[in-house]
Design a protein around this ligand. Structure first.
Ligand code: IPD
Ligand code: CA
Ligand code: CA
Length: 260
């Protein structure tokens, strides 16, 4: 562990090879031990736990920073630098479809993400954002999202739970270019950042689902808020509405401000 304060660039350089090792852990053929958590579709495997244990240990050894991890790590506070990890985002996909799952790692400074990395494990794509420095996918810069489109011009990503809870969302989807759902909140936000979808709506995301990908979205020019338009606090569970600026504002207007 270094005595001086590491730069975000240096931290990125530390995190990326560890994430490649974590990706290999996910891909290694093995018999999965699948357990349920809060309900029958909320899964965890021994691989989620191994990846979290490996990254928490190595990142602490090399940086000294604590971790908030989905499976078993909690920092004493969010003061200073804290790693935020979802060892496998999309565990149902990991178990059932074997694709569309991610490793999501952010570094937060006083609770604000300054480095966000989402690894699309099976596609071998590393999406990386540093605050103020834009987004890269495997070293290639991601273009900023369109600014002038409205929700009718774009594909929208959300889940059946949100459609059932928000009848106006169903109406909005019907007048959009179409509805998509992949089963990993981190990868779904990355779809928006890469201009492949106009917005992502979710009612109940956790810090580890969104800490990295919300920075990736912001750095690509997206607007990211709670569904009621208030600021996103990645330290707390809650809703998220992330979208290209015009898609975000038109969808927010349709869903919350002046629903017809
Ligand atoms: C889940 C996925 C899913 C989202 C759930 C998350 P997990 O994460 O991101 O797409 O709808 O709310 O909990 O449990 O696979 O890490
Ligand atoms: Ca997750
Ligand atoms: Ca997870």
């Amino acid at each position: 562990m270094s005595d001086r304060k590491l730069s975000i660039e240096e931290l990125r350089g530390i995190a990326l090879p560890l994430l490649e090792e974590a990706r290999q852990i996910a891909l290694e053929p093995k018999e999965l031990e699948v357990k349920t958590k809060t309900d029958r579709n909320d899964l965890v495997t021994q691989v989620d736990s191994s990846i979290e244990e490996f990254l928490a240990r190595e990142l602490f050894r090399l940086t000294g920073y604590p971790m908030l991890g989905e499976e078993e790590h909690e920092p004493e506070s969010f003061a200073g630098r804290v790693w935020i990890l979802d060892p496998i985002d999309g565990t149902m996909n990991y178990v059932a479809t074997h694709r569309d799952y991610a490793i999501s790692l952010a570094l937060a400074e006083d609770g604000i993400p300054v480095l966000g990395i989402v690894v699309d494990v099976t596609k071998n794509l590393f999406y990386v954002a540093q605050k103020g420095k834009g987004v890269f996918c495997n070293e290639e810069r991601i273009e900023p999202v369109p600014t002038d489109s409205e929700y009718q011009d774009a594909v929208l990503i959300t889940d059946i739970k949100e459609i059932c809870a928000l009848p106006r969302l169903k109406e909005a989807l019907l007048s959009s270019r179409g509805h998509r759902r992949y089963g990993s909140a981190a990868l779904e936000l990355v779809e928006v950042a890469c201009s492949r979808a106009g917005a992502f709506v979710h009612l109940w995301v956790s810090p580890w689902d969104i800490a990295a990908a919300s920075l990736i979205c912001e750095e690509a020019g997206c607007k990211v808020t709670r569904l009621d338009g208030t600021n996103l606090d990645v330290k707390q569970k809650g809703s998220i509405l992330a979208g290209w600026p015009g898609v975000h504002s038109s969808l927010f207007k349709r869903l919350v401000q002046d629903p017809r």
